[in-house]
Design a protein around this ligand. Structure first.
Ligand SMILES: O=c1ccn([C@@H]2O[C@H](COP(=O)(O)OP(=O)(O)O[C@H]3O[C@H](CO)[C@@H](O)[C@H](O)[C@H]3O)[C@@H](O)[C@H]2O)c(=O)[nH]1
Length: 420
């Protein structure tokens, strides 16, 4: 993984050391954004390399924190008698759905039975409200089945861990956390939002190149009216179609809404086709997202609803236009629109669930309403976004839920050192 993690001593505290294992990911897999292929490799090829690393590390390892999706950290921990804290980087609701589905599938049905069942499918899966079954079908139908087997197996291995850690906030999903705490015989901690909020105060965590770009971005944002800019981004590797980009761009032109658009590798293409001349908009390849979202000129976020983007929008108190593309992003979108009510969905499926192009007229109408500070429904949504922001900030403040959990976790890990 060398090259993906920085070891620049100015960017990390002294008591942290990085070590790497040889890269097992061929470059073409990264270029193709082949999520299933990528995950299959990390789930099946990294374990022996990680064990070789453990043999070399001095002082020896007292605890392992590993991603649930890797699948193998608990096996390593059991073999070596090292406690394992598994970390889940998506919402707890999505974990709960996936876990219950994995248990159900293990005991009763194959997933093929489940996904082929159609609308009449009436089996009760404990832990998954029937209204969520449809969500799960959307999420899992689109995936490769070999990957799915690995994914389900990895989730079941959580039962063998010593801790389960979430990048979420207890107050955002309280019922789900309470139910997970009742299921597992070990501590379940929320320590989120695990997003780069320290960078909001300390520029030393930012590289120089990022900082120069960020200065330009800030200058532009500073010149925009408060709450007037729509931030558009679809995360770190997923993309929307060129045709859909053109419709969004046309809608922005029609409405005159100000925008800050992260287009990644499509930056130049978008500028050529849409024009960079519009002083009401900025198209960039990448930005420091949390800092941008936290700027007072940002009034909304058109997002694919990746969990990190969702948390960052919540933390910054910015309402979301949801445009899920993949996996957990569909339930995240539902959570935003139906549970938290801090966003609206950009509807792009017909009654049968088929994906459609959202036209410039539809987008223009929605975006205008969304960014309208005079509308009552919009203001209700903005108030909800502010309340959720308070939840997130209170959680990480001294004595807040995430702060206390992090202390409890560190205390527990430290006291185990003598046992192992
Ligand atoms: O210009 C940009 C654009 C994005 N980001 C950051 O990139 C991250 C994107 O993360 P996320 O919103 O979670 O999206 P993905 O990169 O698509 O994340 C993958 O991983 C997530 C959980 O780990 C899942 O929830 C998603 O579905 C999955 O696609 C966020 O921290 C953003 O701040 C930037 O810093 N600058």
């Amino acid at each position: 993984m060398s090259g993906l993690v920085t070891s620049d001593p100015t960017l990390k505290p002294d008591n942290i050391q990085f070590a790497t294992i040889p890269n097992i990911i061929p470059p073409e897999l990264l270029e193709e954004s082949d999520y299933a292929g990528f995950n299959q490799l990390v789930m099946t090829k990294m374990e022996p390399l990680f064990e070789e690393l453990l043999d070399r590390l001095k002082p020896p390892v007292n605890a392992i924190i590993g991603d649930v999706e890797l699948g193998w950290p608990t096996d390593v921990g059991i073999r070596r008698n090292i406690p394992v804290a598994l970390s889940w980087t998506m919402s707890s609701s999505f974990f709960s759905m996936s876990y219950n589905l994995a248990r159900f599938r293990q005991n009763k049905l194959s997933l093929l039975d489940f996904s082929g069942a159609g609308d009449e499918f009436a089996v009760d899966i404990p832990g998954i409200p029937s209204a969520h079954l449809g969500r799960l079908r959307t999420v899992f139908d689109e995936n490769d089945h070999k990957f799915l087997h690995l994914y389900m197996d990895a989730i079941l291995k959580v039962q063998k861990a010593q801790y389960l850690i979430f990048s979420s906030v207890h107050e955002l999903e309280p019922e789900c956390f309470n139910s997970l705490k009742a299921i597992f015989p070990f501590p379940v901690y929320t320590i989120g939002p695990s997003i780069p909020y320290l960078q909001l105060k300390h520029t030393k965590f930012t590289s120089t190149a990022d900082h120069n770009n960020h200065d330009n971005h800030l200058q532009w944002l500073d010149s925009q009216p408060v709450g007037s800019v729509l931030y558009i981004s679809f995360g770190s590797f997923l993309s929307i179609s060129d045709t859909q980009m053109v419709e969004i761009a046309a809608a922005l032109k029609i409405t005159g809404i100000r925008y800050f658009w992260v287009a990644r590798e499509k930056e130049n293409w978008l500028k050529e086709n849409f024009g960079d001349h519009n002083e009401k908009g900025l198209i960039v390849p990448w930005c420091e997202q949390l800092k941008v979202l936290s700027h007072s000129s940002i009034g909304g976020f058109w997002s694919h609803c990746g969990w990190n983007s969702t948390l960052e929008a919540l933390f910054a108190g910015v309402p979301i236009l949801t445009f899920p593309l993949f996996l957990d992003q569909f339930p995240n979108s539902k959570q935003i629109v139906e549970d938290w009510k801090n966003g609206w969905e950009v509807k792009r499926t017909d009654e049968l669930g088929n994906k459609m192009l959202v036209t410039k007229e539809e987008i223009a109408e929605l975006v205008k309403r969304f960014m309208d500070f005079e509308s009552t429904e919009g203001n209700e949504m903005r108030n909800r976004a502010k309340n959720l922001k308070d939840f997130c900030h209170s959680a990480i403040a001294k004595g807040g839920s995430s702060d206390s959990n992090l202390n409890a976790f560190m205390g527990s890990i430290s006291s185990r050192e003598n046992e192992y």
